[in-house]
Design a protein around this ligand. Structure first.
Ligand SMILES: Nc1ncnc2c1ncn2[C@@H]1O[C@H](COP(=O)(O)OP(=O)(O)OP(=O)(O)O)[C@@H](O)[C@H]1O
Ligand SMILES: [Mg+2]
Length: 412
């Protein structure tokens, strides 16, 4: 990976065995004995085996896997609700195992907060008291914490519900309270264990939108557990897949969809409609030729220098249209001083990085040139070609032996 930034959470060689004498069982786990056999023969449950991963600040890191695969066990290590049998766990450079009781309490109060599947609200406290609870524990005065809790309630769309009790709210509303409560402490890391699983599909989808919207503003580090691949693909910057306590694969949504590591992962992804699961930015080419010239002559020079056959013209008002080498070659030298205007530009529509492929396929197929990908601020991010789309939609993920030297198939 080119990302040289220090990870916010670092897990190395993590093992967790549940039972009376975990250390005595560890050698069998390391020797590769089956989890089931170990349970039957020793009464110990293998929770996690040799997990190593890094989570970076500001990302949404999704953990997936079947029931019992170790997802909750893994994230409970992050705030040390569970101690490892072996392995290293660092948060922000601190070895979590080295914290004494007091430091651990501080760490839990300030560094991380958790959103639970079953909301975990306190039934005898009002909504606003629930949201403010984390601050109360931190010793923040009443006025400050009420003001802050109110702010977060407003943010999650629950203004007016302050003095209701949790039981008076719908499931979706209760989970919004859970989210507001987790955000209210300003913790840098949010742990969300199946946080949206108890919600019905429509509300769940709304909560996903809300989380994405909040994350764009807040840039928290979010560890999100889910059973649901669509949710994982939608939310995750990266996804880790666990089976029987082992990390089977970690990667971007595109990695997981297009290059599943084994049959277990393949079984998860096989029914996914890729056009509906992937966004433009995950399949676009980040390289493109940006032309910021005033005149035709300068544009020709810029394109030549970039060794490109087409480029996208950008002025102070953002992206204006495309230029091609072929189109520009029609101009005579005495016209090189002419300004670039609509008569020179080709009308190629821009698309947005967060659009689903499904939405942009028609325009992409209709255009001879790749479509420029332009973000909300009008900045070019890359380009998306028909070939990019075809690659993603046709690749079944299992026709490549992984060593990159794809050989032609024998046909007889
Ligand atoms: N406190 C515990 N004592 C004994 N075994 C445990 C304990 N907690 C978890 N386990 C075992 O560790 C394994 C992983 O459990 P974990 O709860 O992490 O799974 P999960 O992936 O979160 O599952 P789910 O999707 O059902 O929540 C399971 O086999 C489970 O039985
Ligand atoms: Mg769990």
């Amino acid at each position: 990976m080119t990302n040289k930034k220090k990870p916010l959470i670092r897990v190395k060689g993590l093992y967790k065995v549940f039972g009376k004498d975990p250390q005595s069982v560890l050698p069998r786990v390391k020797a590769g004995d089956e989890k089931d056999a170990i349970l039957v023969e020793t009464g110990h449950t293998v929770g996690l085996q040799d997990i190593s991963l890094e989570i970076h600040s500001g990302e949404i890191f999704v953990i997936m896997g079947l029931s019992g695969s170790g997802k909750s066990t893994l994230i409970r290590h992050f705030n040390r609700l569970i101690d490892p049998t072996e392995g290293v766990l660092e948060v922000d450079g601190t070895d979590v195992m080295s914290l004494d009781a007091k430091a651990l309490q501080e760490f839990r109060r300030h560094k991380m907060s958790m959103v639970f599947q079953r909301f975990g609200l306190m039934p005898h406290r009002t909504v606003i008291q629930n949201v403010a609870y984390g601050l109360q524990v931190q010793g923040v005065d009443k006025e400050t914490r009420s003001a802050k809790a109110q702010e977060w309630l407003d943010t999650v769309g629950l203004s007016g519900y302050e003095s209701q009790y949790p039981a008076q709210l719908s499931g979706g509303q209760q989970q919004r309270v859970g989210l507001a409560r987790a955000l209210c402490t300003d913790a840098e890391i949010l742990l969300m264990d199946e946080a949206f699983s108890a919600l019905d599909p429509l509300i769940r989808s709304e909560m996903q939108d809300q989380l994405i919207g909040l994350q764009e503003k807040l840039h928290k580090t979010i560890i999100f557990i889910t059973h649901d691949l669509d949710e994982a693909l939608r939310l995750g910057d990266r996804i880790a897949i666990l089976r029987d306590g082992k990390l089977i694969q970690q990667g971007t949504p595109v990695d997981i969809l297009l290059r599943p590591a084994d049959e277990y992962v393949e079984a998860f992804v096989k029914d996914v409609n890729r056009a509906r699961a992937l966004t433009v930015d995950t399949v676009m080419q980040p390289q493109y030729c940006r032309i910021s010239a005033d005149t035709i002559g300068e544009a020709i020079a810029q394109m030549k220098q970039a060794k490109a056959s087409h480029g996208y013209y950008v002025n102070d008002d953002g992206y204006q249209g495309a230029l091609t080498k072929e189109g520009l070659s029609q101009y005579e030298e005495h016209e090189y001083g002419n300004e670039i205007d609509d008569t020179v530009l080709e009308d190629v529509p821009a698309i947005q990085p967060d659009s689903l492929l499904e939405k942009v396929i028609p325009d992409t197929l209709e255009s001879d040139l790749p479509l420029p990908v332009v973000d909300e601020d009008g900045e070019l991010q890359g380009e998306l070609s028909r070939a990019n789309i075809a690659d993603v939609l046709s690749d079944t993920g299992n026709n490549d032996d992984g060593d990159g030297d794809a050989k032609p198939k024998q046909v007889f």
